[in-house]
Design a protein. Structure first.
Length: 94
């Protein structure tokens, strides 16, 4: 008897995804609670993979996990806040 194959998600089941991103922001966003707002406003798991923040700006690397549409909503939110967004964990500019 062959082992059972994993069941493919039904068309109506949401597609879960993990996405690594990084973003940089200027001094005007240092005091904005961006991660708090993501955590409270979107149904995603946020894993901070790296960060460097000072009074002049910051760099944050995140792993986002959730439904693809919800992860896309987070990316749209960050773009709307004026951050410089990139894929992958990246590294801060020197």
């Amino acid at each position: 008897m062959l082992p059972a194959l994993p069941r493919a998600p039904a068309a109506s089941e949401p597609v879960k995804t993990k996405k690594n991103i990084h973003f940089e922001f200027d001094q005007d966003l240092v005091r904005e609670p961006l991660l708090y707002k993501i955590n409270r406003s979107f149904d995603v798991v946020v894993n901070i993979r790296g960060a460097s923040v000072n009074d002049r700006g910051g760099f944050i690397a995140l792993e986002l996990e959730g439904e693809r549409t919800e992860v896309d909503r987070v990316l749209d939110y960050l773009r709307g806040q004026g951050v410089r967004l990139g894929e992958g964990l990246g590294s801060p500019e020197q």
